[in-house]
Design a protein around this ligand. Sequence first.
Ligand SMILES: *[C@@H]1O[C@H](CO)[C@@H](O)[C@H](O)[C@H]1NC(C)=O
Ligand SMILES: *[C@@H]1O[C@H](CO)[C@@H](O)[C@H](O)[C@H]1NC(C)=O
Ligand SMILES: *[C@@H]1O[C@H](CO)[C@@H](O)[C@H](O)[C@H]1NC(C)=O
Ligand SMILES: *[C@@H]1O[C@H](CO)[C@@H](O)[C@H](O)[C@H]1NC(C)=O
Ligand SMILES: *[C@@H]1O[C@H](CO)[C@@H](O)[C@H](O)[C@H]1NC(C)=O
Ligand SMILES: *[C@@H]1O[C@H](CO)[C@@H](O)[C@H](O)[C@H]1NC(C)=O
Length: 539
Amino acid sequence: MYTPRLTVVLLMAIILRIGIGLELDPVCCTPDQWEGRVYIDDAQIFYYIHMNGSAEVAYDFTNSRAFINATVVQKSLVLKPELQHYSVLYIEDYKNNVEYELDDGKTCQKAWMDFNMTKQCVQGGAKLLQSGVVGQGTNIETYNTTLGDQYQNIRATIERGSCLPVHLVYIDSDYGSVTSCDVYGITPGIKDTKIFDIPPQCKHVSPIYRKNQNYEYELDNGVYCQKTRLDVNMTKQCVQGGDNLLYSGVVGEHIITDTYNITLDKSVPNIRASIERGSCVPVHLYFTHKVVVTNVDVYNMTPGIKDTKIFDIPPQCKHASPKHRWTMDYLIKQMERNLVELKDLHFHASECRGHNAATYIRWGKSSCPQDSTLVYDGYGAGNHFNEGGSGSNFLCLPKNPEWKDYTSGQNEGTGRLYGVEYEIQTSKPYSKSFNDKDMPCAVCLTARSTVLMVPGKINCHEGWHKEFSGYLMSEYHTKTRTPSQYICVDEKLESVPGGDGNRNEAVVYPVEAVCGSLKCPPYVNGRELTCVVCSKEIN
Ligand SMILES: *[C@@H]1O[C@H](CO)[C@@H](O)[C@H](O)[C@H]1NC(C)=O
Ligand SMILES: *[C@@H]1O[C@H](CO)[C@@H](O)[C@H](O)[C@H]1NC(C)=O
Ligand SMILES: *[C@@H]1O[C@H](CO)[C@@H](O)[C@H](O)[C@H]1NC(C)=O
Ligand SMILES: *[C@@H]1O[C@H](CO)[C@@H](O)[C@H](O)[C@H]1NC(C)=O
Ligand SMILES: *[C@@H]1O[C@H](CO)[C@@H](O)[C@H](O)[C@H]1NC(C)=O
Ligand SMILES: *[C@@H]1O[C@H](CO)[C@@H](O)[C@H](O)[C@H]1NC(C)=O
């Protein structure tokens, strides 16, 4: 879940780590010791989140330590609670590589840092955007600088000469975020070194990361490897004695399963785990927490390890140095993960935003799937099966037409539009009881921004949401017939009430695949083709 903490983290990164990856001669560096207050303002525009607050910051390069005490308020239209207050104190002790984090003055976290303090400088390559004078003759300069590889577009305004920070803006146009910090009341030196005293709440806390040689390797998309110190011991995989047996049953070929309510740790209670009785082999796991529902099915499970090579460290990981959670890569990952979660939330809110929606026609039905909205329902209409002319597409005609100028009676020199009848000669793929009945249709609005009909599929491709599936239908195939569009008709057919007469005007038939130029396999001669209508949110 997105919390104000992340913005504080970003602020900390910007304020304290501005000189990261310093290779060229710096333009200027701040004094080795300074203190000041920072006003933070952060807007996640796409997600209706605004966060602001202030922090006391002390930078002490001389003694390799930093202090930040932030109090922020987050206001959001999509997150609950709407208003969140948050305060956090960080003391970073680079000499001993320890970081203390005190949340809301209560819980303290202590962590090892794989991180050295860097001098705070404007990098050599930074581009001077503008200079000027503010206040009582303070000369300032604004540079375009970077933080690591990812934060490419930080506008840093500093006081000329002293290099003390004045204002920082970071804009991420991909995520629609604008983060700005105003630094004020800044003075060189540290007045009160007591601020670096370890808070009493942190005194007996053991570090959440230990200095050990146990590592986890995470290879993302086969490209980027992250190496992290592991701070847990491996445990044997057991259902504990106290776990509550919820129910037992038999699955597949006489496999007896027992389902327990297990707890991973206090923060993850309520996991429903089904195991095979006797072997204890996992079969199914179900976990639900707030808006998250996770299901795991375990299959083809065999005892033993056939190929121990799978544990070989991937070559991409060979030269990765261990990461700590405050490294840029870690922060960026956290931000991205949070933003991915936010996108899900945002998706639910997007229906009211208006500009991100799409429509489609659900043929053969007069209602829309659950999370689409009905624009209108009506009657499927198209051209006559043997008249040759008129339109070639099908239309979904509303039930309450409006008229303007017209001539009554059928006239020459016009196109024609007829109601559509189903022609179902065998009982597959639809029941024959729909033969000669008229086809309804529904025009549906989805909050997702794009819609695609995929022929030959009943499931959508990854990342797409299924609106409905069914079968392709079109005009009969012989040359005496007027060609038509291929449409995707819902698999659970409905017919227009009262539209039972066998009129044979516009007609639709299930569509078969014909091998030849059409590749078989995968297609099979004579099979009725399926179809699915899918939608996707594109930002
Ligand atoms: C933070 O922003 C709110 C508006 O969302 C504003 O009312 C409040 O005064 C701001 N707080 C500070 C400390 O500027
Ligand atoms: C941090 O800020 C809070 C709220 O402004 C204040 O109560 C607390 O004393 C500060 N802590 C330190 C160590 O300065
Ligand atoms: C930090 O500095 C020490 C001493 O200069 C060095 O040995 C160590 O590798 C550095 N650590 C990192 C993560 O850069
Ligand atoms: C700042 O630098 C980044 C890349 O380093 C570039 O993409 C961006 O356009 C620059 N912005 C300005 C205002 O020069
Ligand atoms: C892991 O096991 C080692 C050796 O048995 C023990 O010293 C250490 O405290 C354990 N660590 C945790 C986090 O339980
Ligand atoms: C499972 O256990 C948790 C905590 O131990 C409890 O809150 C929850 O109600 C239990 N669920 C069931 C289905 O028994």
